[in-house]
Write a protein that binds this ligand. Structure first.
Ligand SMILES: Cc1ncc(COP(=O)(O)O)c(C=O)c1O
Length: 402
């Protein structure tokens, strides 16, 4: 949780600015707010880091990805290709805009592959909701080729990938719209918050309206504003935005330290036979929030996880079994348990979600163990962790060969 590791005076100062005026709302009240526009400043800071032409802060990464889909024109009945390895919010967002998720294979980048996308395309495919997982990025050259060839709408859920890029372009800016999460576990946190980015003015305007009941945000009297489209309340409040602003200013520093420790950990672990790593499509653009180890087999990964649990090694995720980020754990989708009927239940699922065959993904995620990089580590702690991991891998592999 690098953002929260550095929580301090800067965050308190930004929050206090808001508390002093009492203007917790992001719009209007110009005379009373004493020049404090935290949501706007937060958006400017995100633009600085990503190079986005437009950024729009919202209540969460979940509402930001839902808004990105809607603003990009994805809605009822549209098939959208999604990964089976992501935080569930991606799939919920597709379902709740009325669209139909189609699961496709990921590769060793941990993201959808061009090959996987291609195989999942049907005549009803409208778009792809690509997720840049674990601080890294998808292989964008080949993906963009498929997207263009098939005239698909690309939306990027870069919920876990703020401050990462591919060949100089920030994740989130390859398609119509992208989103970042600033929840409590990200490289920068707003407590709860999300930001939508786009380089397209029309998409930005739609997102701006959609996330605030359709308000145009033009004119001096909110109650009399025009409503170009229907929308809902996905607004961020000024208190959360104030925290997000202070945290986002820290990101270049956090990313630099993350990269240093990730490099160190990678070099140390490379010396242990049996340890491989996930593909980083552009190592220069890595936000380095995770080190993603790929063992040779799912069995080797499971035994390593057992050894690490026995040895009290902390700070890792085995997504395949122990986390809510993988389709194997999504029984509610497989059984389509919903509070009220969704479009997918009326229109029919494009795939049998309970019996999906995704062998490449099962193998990759089965072999994956991810370590969160901490920007407050010392070099000694990094060496110590590498030694412990290495020890556990050696024991795990020795048991396998016994
Ligand atoms: C890929 C991805 N998308 C969306 C989200 C949802 O973000 P939030 O928790 O801010 O709603 C997350 C959160 O972990 C995520 O990892």
């Amino acid at each position: 949780m690098p953002g929260t590791e550095l929580f301090g005076a800067e965050e308190r100062k930004e929050v206090n600015d808001v508390l002093e005026t009492g203007i917790l709302f992001r719009y209007g009240h110009d005379a009373q707010r004493n020049g404090h526009w935290k949501a706007r400043e937060f958006e400017e800071e995100v633009k600085k880091i990503t190079g986005a032409k437009y950024a729009h802060a919202m209540s969460s990464g979940s509402t930001a990805v839902a808004t990105a889909l809607a603003a990009a024109g994805i809605g009822t009945g549209d098939e959208v290709i999604v990964p089976p390895f992501t935080f569930i919010a991606t799939i919920e967002a597709v379902l709740f805009v009325g669209a139909l998720p189609v699961f496709a294979e990921v590769d060793e980048t941990l993201c959808l592959s061009a090959e996987g996308i291609k195989k999942a395309i049907t005549p009803k495919t409208k778009g792809v909701c690509l997720v840049h997982m674990c601080g890294g990025m998808a292989e964008m050259d080949s993906i963009m080729q498929v997207v263009k060839e098939h005239n698909l709408i690309l939306v990027e859920d870069a919920g876990q990938a703020f401050a990462s890029s591919y060949k100089g372009v920030s994740t989130g800016l390859f398609g119509k719209a992208g989103s970042y999460s600033f929840d409590f576990f990200k490289i920068a946190t707003a407590g709860e918050g999300g930001v939508l980015v786009t380089n397209d003015e029309e998409t930005y305007n739609k997102a701006d309206y959609y996330s605030d009941h359709g308000h145009s945000h033009i004119g001096a009297k909110r109650g009399m504003e025009q409503h170009p489209i229907l929308g809902f309340n996905y607004r961020i409040g000024e208190l959360n935005a104030a925290v997000g602003l202070a945290q986002t200013r820290r990101v270049p520093h956090i990313r630099e330290v993350n990269r240093k420790y990730k490099k160190m950990l990678t070099e140390l672990l490379s010396q242990t036979p049996g340890i491989g790593f996930a593909t980083i499509a552009d190592p220069d653009g890595d936000s380095a929030t995770f080190l993603n180890i790929l063992m040779e087999t799912p069995e080797a990964a499971q035994r390593t996880v057992d050894e690490m649990n026995n040895a009290g090694v902390a700070g890792f995720d085995y997504w395949y079994k122990n986390m809510y980020h993988f389709i194997n754990q999504w029984d509610h989708i497989k059984e389509m348990r919903t509070a009220s009927k969704l479009a997918v239940e009326v229109l029919g699922t494009p795939q049998d979600y309970a019996n999906l065959q995704l062998p490449v993904t099962q193998n990759v995620i089965g072999r994956l163990i991810s370590f969160g990089i901490r920007c407050t580590w010392t070099e000694e702690q990094v060496r110590d962790l590498a030694a412990k991991i290495s020890d556990c891998v050696k024991k795990a592999l020795a048991t396998a060969h016994a």
